[in-house]
Design a protein around this ligand. Structure first.
Ligand SMILES: [Zn+2]
Ligand SMILES: [Zn+2]
Length: 325
């Protein structure tokens, strides 16, 4: 099919062909500005799967035969990661498990858990759900409703407790590695926040986030870290992945949403700038020399900690001490 465009006032007509996929010559549906490619739906999806494979091999994220636990929240990123890894694992003799944390956020988390159950059922992947209530004795709703804790950031409390919950689930499943669905935008935003805060220890952390280290309870990998968020959304859409679109009611992004807008505006004007910034971030974090804090074992829970008490035990004490329930 051809589009006919009239050019100028003269009757000169020019036939303009619709853009063809750079890879297969079908009609394209997506222009990838940073690479100059035009892609059809099928080639676009293959390109995303190739990017994940490349990241896994470039950063040495997974080993042959690894038992992989995928942290699945029910959002587009984690369900996409699960879909791609489940396909890859079939070819690499690896076993895969989905792990969902139920923080106890009423009228939000239930929908996500149902979505995850249905999706993991379709993919035939074992699904493990662990709740804050059963692990810690309180839900996130309980924490937020407790008036005296309202000043503390819900996201920071939740993040600390969720990471531990994933570790506990991973231990009980006996997985070798946990894959989380952080994408390139998430990684860059975190890097920029830490940089702007002058928090060099966390800027340095970026290095270990990319190159998984064994000293953590279970090593963590981020196979989507080379992929733009908007391309993951497009992949999820093209694959008809049902995902939760509403945001967490407690979400308070603060400076993160400003950095997201800034990076998106820069990318619009300068395609590929997010990639080059990510590469700079990796090199900067690698080159920072900070006296490594020696990891000990927390005297309460025996998990690795930089002090006598780990951040999880401190948080639990703080929450329980402040709660009226
Ligand atoms: Zn194509
Ligand atoms: Zn502890």
């Amino acid at each position: 099919m051809y589009f006919v465009a009239k050019l100028g006032r003269e009757d000169s007509e020019t036939l303009i062909q619709p853009q063809r996929c750079t890879r297969c010559s079908n009609s394209s549906i997506y222009n990838r500005a940073y690479s100059g490619e035009a892609l059809c739906g099928s080639c676009f999806c293959s390109s995303i799967e190739e990017k994940v494979k490349r990241a896994i091999s470039k950063y040495g994220l997974l080993k042959h035969g690894d038992k992989v636990g995928v942290a699945v929240s029910g959002g587009k990123d984690s369900l996409t990661l699960l879909r791609i890894l489940s396909e890859m694992c079939r070819h690499h003799a690896s076993k895969i498990f989905a792990i969902t944390i139920d923080e106890g956020i009423s009228s939000y988390r239930e929908e996500a858990i149902d979505l995850c159950k249905e999706f993991t059922g379709e993919l035939d992947i074992p699904h493990c759900v662990v709740s804050f209530k059963e692990l810690y004795g309180f839900s996130l709703d309980n924490v937020i409703k407790s008036r005296r804790v309202q000043g503390a950031s819900a996201c920071s409390i939740c993040g600390i407790l969720r990471r531990r919950a994933i570790d506990i689930a991973a231990r009980s499943l006996g997985v070798d590695v946990i894959a989380t669905a952080h994408n390139l935008d998430d990684m860059l935003q975190t890097f920029m926040i830490n940089l702007l805060n002058g928090d060099m220890a966390r800027v340095k952390w970026f290095d270990s986030a990319i190159k998984p280290k064994e000293e953590f309870v279970v090593r963590r990998v981020r196979p989507l870290m080379d992929i733009y968020e908007k391309e993951i959304a497009m992949y999820a859409f093209l694959k008809n992945t049902p995902f939760q679109t509403v945001s967490c009611p407690y979400m308070n992004e603060g400076i993160r949403s400003e950095i997201r807008s800034m990076l998106n505006a820069l990318e619009e004007e300068h395609p590929g700038i997010k990639y080059s910034t990510l590469n700079s971030a990796i090199r900067i974090s690698k080159s920072i020399a900070i006296d490594g804090r020696e990891l000990k074992l927390c005297k309460m829970c025996n998990f690795p900690s930089s002090g006598e008490l780990c951040s999880v035990c401190k948080t639990i004490e703080m929450v329980k001490g402040n709660m009226y329930i």
